[in-house]
Design a protein around this ligand. Sequence first.
Ligand code: MEV
Length: 317
Amino acid sequence: MLNLNQPALGKANGKIILMGEHSVVYGEPAIAIPFPATHIHATITPIEGPVQLDCVYYQGDLASAPQHLENLIAVVESTLNELKQEFNNFKLTIESTIPVERGMGSSAAVAIATVRAVFNYYSVPLTDDKLLTLANISETIAHGNPSGLDAAMTSGRHPLYYIKGKPFVPFKVSLSAYLIVADTGLKGQTRDAVASIAQLNKEDTETTMDAIHGLGDLARQAKFAIESANPVTLGLVMNEAHETLSSLGVSNERLNHLVSTARTNGALGAKLTGGGRGGCMIALAADKDTAASISNALVDAGAVNTWTHQLGDESVE
Ligand code: MEV
């Protein structure tokens, strides 16, 4: 029998990690912002028969990211389990403008939007704790050992100063500066990047943990630079973080090329963002005109897409 529920919507946004990727997995702080320029809408409509999935992704990305589909099925199943419902009688449509496997939180955002849509569909109230628990089930499949930052960020409305396992601290990133995000066009599996650092840590714990603690210190310095309205220091700290992340093996040639292009075109600082090994980089610019010329230079240097974001403008609908 056809389910009589009304169509239901769930939303989530992309995210950018300003500082602290990878070290956040080891308990160091990270600073991240919601990135509403990229988002996901999950819509559920009633149909008869087993659940159907229909995904419309950024640049047709899904076709080359089968892992993503597995995560999506896992999150639908665990959400239906939680609600004691069968895997039947609706179609889930995912419309996403978040690049897949580029460090912008696509897997977490799909999970967040889907859990929200399914709960809405069955008119069951959803607490933040339940939302994050369910989303992190699929994040564990996607990332192996997620810090929880991506789920927190893609579900949230505010920038966060995030420490794994601690209450979220909303953090106003109100600097007079612009962030340029550039997509290398290369997919980078966060799971592999996280696992490669875990392996380094096994082989040489002292050097790896020095680098991880160094990244934590840089995130704390970045927090101070933001609070004291000092974009120049923030840029320097971002540059240092990129070098440390490179030393941990999670950058690559394309990212390094875009990072140095941004720096030679007036960026105050630049670094990879997210899991790395492909994906996106970010650059900090003091003003709108410099941001525009950095963005043009990044496209000339091979970025497949860029987004420019005014810091402090993280309002999410
Ligand atoms: C991925 O967006 C961020 C990482 O720090 C992994 C995590 O926090 O789970 C690389």
